[in-house]
Write a protein that binds this ligand. Sequence first.
Ligand SMILES: [Zn+2]
Length: 573
Amino acid sequence: MSNSRIILAKSIITMNPAQPRAEAVAFDGDSHLITAIGTLAQCQVEAPDATVIDLGDTVVMPGFVEPHSHPLVSGLATQPPAYWIAPYVGFPTYSDVTDLFTKLDKELPAGQAVIFNGLDRILQQAPQLTNSDLDIFFPDRVAAVLDNSGHEVYFNSATITLLKWTDGKPPTDPVGGSYGRNPDGTSDGRAFESPAVFTVADPVIGQAILHPLLSGARFYKYMASFGITSASEMTYSTTLLTGYEALATRTDCPVRISLFHMSTEPDAGAKLESSVDPMMLTKQGVKLWADGSPWVGSIASSYPYLDSPTVQKAEIPIGPGGEAMMNYTRAELDEILAKFVPMGWQFAFHCNGDVGLDIVLDAYEHALATNNLLGTDHRWRIEHLGGCRGDQFDRAAKLGVGLSLGPFQFIYWGDVLDGHMFPSDIGSEWMRWGDAVRSGAVYSFHNDGAVSPPDVLLNMQTAITRMTPSGQVRGPGQIISLDDAFKAQTINAAHMLFRDKEVGSLEVGKYADFVELSMDPYQADPATLASQVKVNGTWLGGHKIDIEAFMSEVEAIDPTQHKDTVTTKGKCC
Ligand SMILES: [Zn+2]
């Protein structure tokens, strides 16, 4: 009995340059693989018994790929019962945030802990909160606020009590992180960088979120609503494994996941021990951090910030941050790479500043050369790259290093980057995707989990217009074609995850992962593409995703099984 099906659509955009368009695609329901693509007649020759599913006016593309995310922790941080307070999800000013604080403390049951994510010092002009600031809004209940950069957390006095720190004094600073302290050594309600941030945030999450796996599933649903069918976890720790396995094995799980283990974890080099289908869940590499975030002044850059009211209000040091902002010395980087390279893992390295990128590329080049990997298909990556230069991208290309760009930095901060945070020659060119395309390196786009909505079509719209929220075009030399933009979240993004043989384009032998679009994005007005083109659904391996069935399946899982498996470790982008 044939289990073949054929999808017929108004148009199929394949992202395969040898056959860019088709009208039908046939796939096998058992293998989940595409068996033919072309005209309906051609597909019917290959699959004569196939059921034909006519999608009418729908335009089909390969399921989108989000190559840098943090799905489980992003669920904890952005989906109910957590409160997402980022400026672009309904809280443009700091007073919008404090209005919510006041309302919640009045309405919520006494003692219920609250966790917030997305406080933004630049866009909301929010202060760096202390425990005294937060105690005004939350005098009794545990309350913590994750900064929108992911690099800081602010917490009240009730949280300090919860943490059981002796005399209210934080423990010794962990490697790669630190705690804020008053002159007498007590906590000031702040923690900086990943290891310190999760030490504070995890116990708060534990109090505030009773079904953490359901929060994670809500983020899967959120990604699927933007057409995503493959994603990554860039801050994997083994504690997350059972959570990811539970989601991956639901019938209607909408997203394939590739894991990158945090280099700071003791078992970061270990192989993944899991019986789950590797097409749904696999471990791919190791994640490291070179520097910090442009929004808090912790990037390793050669240029200073402008001494402007925006920068002053955000309490950002003018800098330049330079090498002092690196989380590791070059010697430490060499040591980390020397440890993991022989194990064969792919690397993904967080880096925003140009000085940081020079150091990372030096370290990569040294490790590639000493391990005889120059010229091989290693696909080592660098993440975000906001304030880096085109000539550095050319160097990355020569080393075979991939450019994993975060266009969200330009999309939401583009107006303040240009002339408020930095001089226009730096700020307007921030996130140089035009230079990335010209460099010849493999480049991709991402939204970085809880940092910004995973709105692939908005990334496309901005890539082809360089238009910021104010409607201004900034850095027009970085405009790229829609084809080049789509590559960044289909075939190139799949390449970043070593999944390009399986997904990322629609070709015979690849998985039948589709996104259904309401219209042809190539016929949309570039300036409003993201609002014109709607995502109507996704398919994974030839199975049309029933997202509500997925949510019900996850809701039915006993939450106590996953109470401690879903943590904020590595909330940091
Ligand atoms: Zn990230």
